[in-house]
Design a protein around this ligand. Structure first.
Ligand SMILES: Nc1ncnc2c1ncn2[C@@H]1O[C@H](COP(=O)(O)OP(=O)(O)OP(=O)(O)O)[C@@H](O)[C@H]1O
Length: 849
């Protein structure tokens, strides 16, 4: 059988009212009463497939552009028709993922643009920032620590196989009797704190994640999982879409809102994003090539587990988080299963490390903003630790985990491998949580099998009983998915029994990035004030600085200031978050070209910029040298020493990256600014030039038209001349012109009245009226001579040429009928004026006149 022949076609969508779903009550019940489609009969109940969604949710969730949720990604986001891009079969074996290639890392610790706009809290959704209910949060804090387990039933077009009761506490789920394997076995009740239905993500976030996010901000490690079969709604719950932002975007908003409302503390946030695929960890934020060649390793044990090499990015704004997520999501891979369903085959873990500490008591640090008494419980141990000479830093980790689909392996070889790994890690996760719970509950110290999977090993610090955990189990309510849903519910029941004892960690941690940055800022400030003192004291000492020295001095101070600013921006406080509101302008660039500057001034600017770059290059070199000069550990050194060294080195690398970022800013940003300015100026010039050209073209066309008109006129007149010549010829041949004598001006031939003359006059009349019509001239007066009319034409005419030396011509025309007649006196009066007939005939046709 070919691979294709095994594929199952997508299920046709047949909207109709749901007759069967029996949700007893609940705020979201409406969402469950959705039209359904028929279950495909060709799928056996053992087959897993992505069930069609209700038409309502399908249409409602159109993805829009813009910020507001975790962005839809090529790999993870699924359209409502279930289509997902396929993952190459062997994605990590040296081949470069097109997703990875397309997502070159731009923002990391080193790339955080300190000038970048921070959170615009005007835009923070009211439902997220304004509704942090302190009473609710405090009551959560007061509760016994336990894993919060919730069930989310996704809407479906098919009749539900489950009866849901949400009116009672705990809420229950029960399989309908007709779907039980054996009719004799009574169906089991599954009880949970929360059973959520419908497509609204906000109530889900509030019920299952908000208190955990706040706990993380308050110093507890917190982990939020989504667990369930493929297409049951894990990604929808965690990431959501533009209309329904999921837990991750809502959590990030809450994080910044929390900082805004905590004026007594300062924060440093860094995040990482990894994927576990076939038991290999991939850094989704690493530059594509390094990610392929260098899978992330887990080192250390216990609470000291570290991932290396792992890229952690300092984030200072929602936009920054969004960018990180977007890049990471783009790098996630999915694979299609052999029943033609596309599903995610990897686990993704988004981690936010939150470092925070009390703000100092210097004038600079004293907060002036609004405080929320009691909102944040006082930090235990803080004052004690401070009294010992250091400031305690609280570090916590918020992990948001989208697990792979929980169904079993299939026939395809690669997929089987994936399935095995996925199930290994999911099973290990379950048993780790159970053991942790049992140990905590019964005071036992049983071995916890963290090492059995990468997922659990990586999460060991968070899961070691020292984290608040919320698990959202997503299920597909269709009858065809009963087996998977039951297995998911059993998993959920198991975790529910676990109890945890999460503790805050607040220590004088000199390794904390926040502490290191603070220290560096203090040192830089000290150096700066020393320099200022030196400079101010210099004239008093009678020391005069050369121009060059002055420039150097001011550059050094600029550098110090820039670094202080850069580091300060990375540390978030309720004030800085507000201060940055709406500052969306391009960072002021020293090289923003002022075209009015003299070349000398420009050269000076350039020189100064080069010096700054040089200084920073030296800084990088010295940091690199310091890194290299670090003591090497002997190969047999204990693991803990190795881990410590690695952690230190990872931190130094982060610092190096920040300096590099400053270097890039000085080099890259100004160049970009110069280019932009020059391009702008030249584009204006180009535009003007194009406009001018267009005007000229219009003129040119107009002239061509005029010339054409002129040419036509000339042709017409030429016709007229020829007609006249023919007429006179005929006139003469008829002998009407009298005896032929040699042409003499003294004896011009006398036209015979009547006949030709009348014909001539008639012709002239009609020609003239034609001309009149063409040029819209007033009708010819009866008495006017047609010969004179030519003079009134605007266009030059042969008829208008001079007719000289005809004083002696005596032509007497009699009036024939109504035709106008030229009298001898009339003609005589026209001496020196134009006579077309005579002119044409004598000069051009050589006709004797
Ligand atoms: N509660 C819900 N309301 C509306 N749509 C939903 C809901 N749950 C899931 N969906 C939709 O169903 C489809 C599959 O959901 P999702 O991708 O979240 O499943 P998943 O469990 O993450 O799958 P996988 O294990 O393959 O990653 C998506 O189009 C998603 O938008």
């Amino acid at each position: 059988m070919s691979a294709n022949s095994k594929l199952v076609r997508p299920i046709p969508f047949t909207p109709r009212r749901n007759p069967g779903l029996s949700v007893a009550t609940g705020a979201d019940d409406d969402h469950t009463r959705l039209p359904r489609s028929t279950t495909p009969s060709l799928l056996g109940s053992s087959k897993k497939y992505k069930a069609p969604l209700s038409s309502e949710s399908r249409t409602r969730h159109t993805v829009k552009s813009g910020f507001g949720s975790v962005p839809p990604t090529p790999s993870r986001s699924k359209s409502r028709d279930g289509s997902r891009p396929k993952t190459p079969l062997s994605p990590r074996k040296g081949s470069e993922s097109p997703f990875l290639m397309a997502n070159v890392s731009e923002m990391d610790v080193s790339n955080v643009d300190p000038e970048e706009v921070l959170v615009d809290f005007e835009n923070v959704e009211a439902d997220v920032s304004a509704e942090i209910d302190e009473a609710m949060l405090r009551s959560e804090y007061g509760k016994e620590d336990k894993v919060l387990v919730s069930i989310r039933i996704r809407p479906s077009d098919n009749p539900s196989a489950w009866d849901v009761t949400t009116a009672t506490q705990p809420k229950t789920l029960r399989l309908q009797q007709q779907h039980m394997k054996s009719a004799a076995t009574p169906s089991q009740d599954f009880r949970f704190d929360e059973i959520l239905t419908g497509s609204e993500n906000k109530p889900v976030y509030n019920a299952v994640a908000r208190s955990h996010v706040c706990a993380a901000m308050d110093g507890y490690n917190a982990v939020i999982f989504a667990y369930g079969q493929t297409a049951s709604g894990k990604t929808f719950t965690l990431s959501g879409d533009e209309d329904q932002p999921g837990i991750i975007p809502r959590a990030m908003k809450d994080v910044f809102a929390y900082i805004k409302r905590s004026p007594t503390r300062e924060y440093l946030l860094r995040c990482s994003y990894i994927e576990i695929y076939n038991e290999a960890i991939h850094d989704l934020l690493a530059p594509p090539n390094s990610s392929v060649s260098q899978p992330v390793q887990i080192q250390g044990t216990g609470a000291n587990v570290i991932l290396t090499p792992l890229r952690e990015e300092v984030v200072t704004s929602l936009n920054g988080v969004h960018e990180v997520l977007q890049r990471g999501e783009g790098n996630r891979r999915t694979a299609s299963t052999d029943w033609n369903e596309r599903s995610s085959r990897s686990h993704s873990v988004f981690r936010l490390v939150i470092e925070s500490r009390e703000r100092g008591s210097t004038a600079d640090d004293v907060p002036s903003g609004r405080t929320t008494p009691g909102f944040r419980p006082p930090t235990p141990g803080g004052p004690k630790l401070q009294a010992r000479g250091g400031k305690s830093v609280q570090t916590s980790v918020l992990s948001l985990i989208d697990l792979a689909g929980s169904e079993k392996a299939t026939s395809d070889k690669d997929r089987t491998r994936e399935g095995k790994y996925i199930n290994t890690s999911l099973l290990t996760l379950g048993s780790v949580i159970s053991t942790l719970g049992e140990n905590a509950a019964k005071g036992k110290t049983d071995h916890v099998p963290f090492r059995n999977s990468k997922l659990t090993r990586m999460l060991q610090p968070s899961l070691s009983g020292n984290a608040r955990i919320s698990v959202i189990c997503t299920i597909n309510p269709d009858a065809s998915a009963v087996a998977e849903s039951t297995s998911t519910l059993l998993f959920a029941q198991r975790i529910k029994k676990v109890q945890l004892h999460a503790q805050k960690k607040e220590v004088v941690d000199t390794d904390a990035l926040l502490e290191r940055y603070r220290k560096e800022i203090e040192e830089l400030k000290k150096r700066l004030s020393e320099k200022e003192k030196e400079n101010n004291g210099a004239p008093a000492k009678g020391r005069r600085l050369s121009a060059r020295e002055q420039l150097d001095e001011s550059l050094a101070m600029d550098n110090l200031n820039a670094r202080i600013r850069q580091l300060t921006k990375l540390i978030l406080t309720s004030q800085t978050v507000d201060e940055n509101k709406g500052d969306e302008s391009r960072p002021a660039s020293p090289a923003k070209v002022n075209f009015d500057m003299s070349p000398y001034q420009l050269q000076q600017e350039l020189l100064a910029a080069r010096r700054q770059i040089e200084t920073q290059a030296n800084q990088i070199l010295s940091l690199e040298a310091a890194l290299l000069a670090r003591p090497q550990l002997p190969p047999d050194a204990p693991d803990s020493d190795k881990d410590k060294l690695l952690t230190e080195q990872a931190k130094t690398i982060r610092e190096l990256e920040i300096v590099v970022k400053g270097y890039e800013d000085n080099l890259g940003e100004p160049l970009r600014a110069v280019r932009e300015d020059v391009e702008k100026e030249w584009s204006v010039k180009l535009e003007q030039e194009v406009k001018l050209r267009e005007e000229k073209k219009v003129w040119e066309d107009e002239l061509v038209k005029q010339l054409d008109k002129e040419r036509k006129m000339r042709m017409k007149l030429e016709d007229e001349r020829q007609a006249l010549a023919a007429f006179v010829k005929k006139f003469d041949s008829l002998g009407l012109g009298g005896p032929v004598f040699p042409v003499s001006k003294l004896q011009p031939p006398m036209p015979t009245p009547g006949g030709a003359a009348a014909l001539f006059a008639q012709r002239q009349k009609s020609r003239i009226s034609a001309l009149q019509a063409e040029y819209s001239m007033p009708p010819l007066a009866e008495s006017e001579s047609p010969m004179r009319l030519g003079t009134e034409l605007t266009a030059p005419s042969l008829l208008e040429e001079e007719w000289d030396g005809v004083e002696d011509v005596s032509i007497e025309l009699e009036k024939i009928g109504s035709l106008p007649v030229a009298t001898k006196s009339g003609l005589m009066a026209r001496k020196g004026s134009r006579s077309p007939v005579r002119e044409v005939l004598s000069a051009k046709e050589n006709v004797p006149v």
